[in-house]
Each structure stands twice: as structure tokens, then as C-alpha cells.
Design a protein around this ligand. Structure first.
Ligand code: ADE
Ligand code: ZN
Length: 338
């Protein structure tokens, strides 16, 4: 095994861009379909994996929303989240900030509380039993209306102790951040931290809108920001982090091949880029695989990898004590292994 692969596997890591519904592995999909007596249009795990061949974001989203249909009970959401946490704990991921898509569930009759209770019960166990700390971010589906997002925000208000932030995901092109400016203004006034997917498929203007109109604290993806030099400079000046997802970018054809991935360019520009998995069950890899794929393709050094890991810690929504704990672990590792 190459030195850099071992270095990545042993590296203490943080994940900041993970859709919990995108961690639904085909094996669990089948088990939940059986448990809940739901028909799914696949005969085998192999058939499911063969369907994961996407030309763009929408191809993926169609199958992602179909997949989440097997999630019905509080225990289903617990099992989904617990499977993700045990998996990443085994990869030395120490802290996660994860997304969930309540409208993907309430829209098919599953109660908001069923989703939230299952996820948060697993997150609590993750802290107690796996020593993985976490924060939860609720995303609005941008292909739905502003009014639908407002109603979803209202549902979250009693649970500010469980939901730290709000985000924006789903079909980007045609649904600019400005569509949700009022929702984000209200969320900010209520004290939620703010993130948004922007510049994944959408143009740099969407990233400008996310920064200036939504007033986000962190950008999810942000790849296309590099097409605009002034925007790139602004991102550097603001110290705004980008939650980059290399294998997702490859699977959704945001990049043609990994050697053309903009991550190294982001680092060279001084952008606070981070590595994340997005929807690992659909894109073929969790944290280690994402780091390894991009580091190998771009020839990243151990110092580059440490910069990425430090960026992730700085970009967390943890308080200073929480960040310090992670930094101490990382710097001890860097001294030993670099
Ligand atoms: N929902 C889940 N994964 C997503 C992605 N990569 N982009 C937009 N919405 C998503
Ligand atoms: Zn995403």
C-alpha cells in the first residue's frame, strides 16, 4: 500500500458534507423494503448498483428520492444513521456535520419528528459509543416552493437544540439561491447557521447570491466559483470554506476525470477547501476513498492533506473547545506521521 494511502487512512478526519439519505447502502435498502413490505424496482443489490450510472445531478436525484422511499419508521432512520456512523468511525472520522432532507419524507407522509428522532438518537449513540461528535443541518429542497420551505422551517423551530443549521440542496439549475432569500433571512433571525449548495452545476452567479443574499457561513461544493476570479478572491478574503466532494463530482460529471479536479487549484488560491463524501452509497466511497481518489489523481502531498484536514476543523460549527480537541488530535498525528 502506498505511503499516502496509509497516511490518509490513519488521518483523523472531519466530514462536513454528507446527506444521511445518501448513505443508504443497497443492502440496507433491501432489508428496509422487506421490513416495511415495500416493493422496490430492483431484484438484487448488483442490479441496484448497476443503476447508479449518472449523467448529471438530476439523474442521481431521481434515484436518490426513489431510494429514500424505504425509510418509514423512527427505527429506519436510526439504522440508516447508525450504519453511517459505524462506517466512518472505522475510518477515523472524529466529527461529522450531516444533512437531512425532511421534505423528502414529510412529502410522502412520514412525520418530521419520526425522521428527526431516529437520526438524533443515533447521533447521541455515536457520541457515547463511537466517540464521533456531530451536528445536524436541515436542508430545503430547492425544486420545491419557497412556501414549502417556510413551512418546513416552522416545523424545525421547536427543535433548535437538535438542528444547528439549515441548508439548500436538490436540483440547482433553475432554482437560484435568491428564491429562498426570505426563508434564509427568517432562519438566520431564528439563530440557525446557514449553508447552501452552490456552484455544483449552477453558475458563479448562484455562489454570489448564496453569499450576498442568503448570507451563508459555508458553501457546499462551490466548484464553479473558480470561473470568476473576483468571486474566488472574495471567498479567500471572507475565509469562506468550500465543502468539496471529489467522488460525487466525478459520478455526476461535474468533472470529466479526477485529474481535472479543481481541488489543488483551490488550495493554491488560498481557498479553504475541504474533502467530503456527499452521498457515499451512491458515489462509491466514504471519506477515505474521497481523500485517496483526489490525492492520488492530483499528486497531493502530505502537507496538502494536512491542510485539507485543518481546513475541515476550522470550518466546523463547533465551539473553540470542540475545535481545539480536534486540532490537538490532528497536530499530534502530523508530528508523528508527516
Ligand atoms: N442532494 C443530495 N446530494 C446532492 C447533491 N450532490 N447536490 C444537490 N442536492 C443533493
Ligand atoms: Zn450535497
Amino acid at each position: 500500500m502506498s505511503d499516502i494511502v496509509q497516511f490518509i487512512r490513519d488521518l483523523p478526519k472531519v466530514e462536513l458534507h454528507l446527506h444521511i439519505e445518501g448513505s443508504l447502502e443497497p443492502e440496507l435498502m433491501f432489508a428496509l423494503a422487506q421490513r416495511n413490505k415495500i416493493d422496490i424496482p430492483f431484484k438484487s443489490v448488483e442490479e441496484v448498483r448497476a443503476a447508479y450510472d449518472f449523467g448529471n445531478l438530476q439523474d442521481f436525484l431521481d434515484i436518490y428520492y426513489q431510494g429514500m422511499n424505504v425509510l418509514r419508521t423512527e427505527q429506519d432512520f436510526y439504522d440508516l444513521t447508525w450504519a453511517y456512523l459505524t462506517r466512518v468511525a472505522g475510518e477515523n472520522v472524529q466529527h461529522v456535520e450531516i444533512f437531512f432532507d425532511p421534505q423528502g419524507h414529510t412529502g410522502r407522509g412520514v412525520a418530521f419528528e419520526t425522521v428527526l428522532d431516529g437520526i438524533t438518537r443515533a447521533l447521541d449513540d455515536g457520541k457515547k459509543k463511537l466517540n464521533v461528535t456531530s451536528k445536524l443541518i436541515m436542508c430545503f429542497l430547492r425544486h420545491l416552493s419557497e412556501e414549502d420551505a417556510m413551512q418546513t422551517l416552522a416545523q424545525a423551530l421547536p427543535y433548535k437544540d437538535k438542528i444547528l443549521g439549515v441548508g439548500l440542496d436538490s436540483s440547482e439549475v433553475g432554482h437560484p439561491p435568491s428564491k429562498f432569500a426570505r426563508v434564509f433571512e427568517k432562519a438566520r433571525a431564528e439563530g440557525f447557521l446557514l449553508v447552501a449548495h452552490a456552484g455544483e452545476e449552477g453558475p458563479p452567479e448562484y455562489v454570489w447570491e448564496a453569499i450576498d443574499q442568503l448570507k451563508i457561513d459555508r458553501i457546499d461544493h462551490g466548484n464553479r466559483s473558480l470561473e470568476d476570479d473576483i468571486l474566488s478572491e472574495r471567498i479567500v478574503q471572507d475565509g469562506m470554506a468550500l465543502t468539496v466532494c471529489p467522488l460525487s463530482n466525478l459520478k455526476l460529471c461535474v468533472v470529466k476525470d479526477m485529474q481535472k479536479h479543481p481541488l489543488k487549484k483551490m488550495l493554491d488560491l488560498g481557498i479553504k477547501a475541504t474533502v467530503n463524501s456527499d452521498d457515499p452509497a451512491y458515489f462509491g466511497g466514504y471519506m477515505n476513498d474521497n481523500y485517496i481518489a483526489v490525492a492520488t489523481a492530483l499528486g497531493l502531498s502530505k502537507q496538502d492533506i494536512l491542510t485539507l484536514a485543518r481546513n475541515s476543523i476550522e470550518a466546523t460549527f463547533l465551539d473553540d473547545a470542540g475545535k481545539k480537541r480536534l486540532f490537538d488530535n490532528l497536530e499530534a498525528y502530523a508530528l508523528k506521521a508527516a
